[in-house]
Ligand binder design. Sequence first.
Ligand code: ADP
Ligand code: ADP
Length: 229
Amino acid sequence: GGGIEFNNVTFGYSPEKMVLRNVSFTVPAGKTVAIVGPSGAGKSTIMRLLFRFYDVQMGAISIDGQNIKLVQQQSLRKAIGVVPQDTVLFNNTIYYNIEYAKIGSSADAVYEAARSADIHERILGFPESYETKVGERGLRLSGGEKQRVAIARTLLKSPIIVLLDEATSALDTHTERNIQAALARVCTNRTTIIVAHRLSTIIHADEILVLKEGNIVERGSHEQLLQRD
Ligand code: ADP
Ligand code: ADP
């Protein structure tokens, strides 16, 4: 599951100024769509609408064919996992930072889940064990490593949709791409939305939408968009 449809969505924070106009797109279940555009284009607004922080003025948003107006915000929060652009880690072990996602489960269950999902190898991909304290490496845990901890933390919630927010990423292009690659490796069957500033940082998207001033002005594969430039 996890297919998303925006059908002629029009939204403004105030009635005088619409920030999204007739935005339509679909993300088939299990596919990846990237939304790129300059700041102020409406990227974060799209994400907020998915969580129903606001309801749309016109049009409709559905997940797996169901209008999200009929879905509780709490259920949406469970269904959608966000990998935020600035990950703040607790000054504790890497394990603790990941485990935090699963409050309510026993520590052993979390540890097993993490192992069986091969998260240590495939997402973290750095040599430290779970028990290493983030603080012991201090600020030497790189931005990319922090985001990989965030990916692990997000995926342990088993969301059907994953949002990777690199909208105003402070990470360099190389690291940003590596994180998308890490996410793609573990999200083959998950619906994924990547939000970013620049087309050049996007890898592995089935479709790219270019958003400007609340309108989708271009859409296509990476190759198609580069050819048009
Ligand atoms: P992006 O994520 O692409 O930078 P946003 O979705 O944050 O763009 O913003 C789109 C437009 O909506 C901008 O003009 C912004 O100023 C406006 N906006 C964003 N958040 C709010 C808000 N909470 N109240 C009023 N206007 C907002
Ligand atoms: P992280 O995602 O953890 O921030 P990177 O993805 O930047 O780390 O780096 C992954 C590996 O690639 C590291 O071993 C790093 O030393 C190496 N590396 C980083 N940048 C470059 C580069 N520009 N050219 C070659 N190797 C690099």
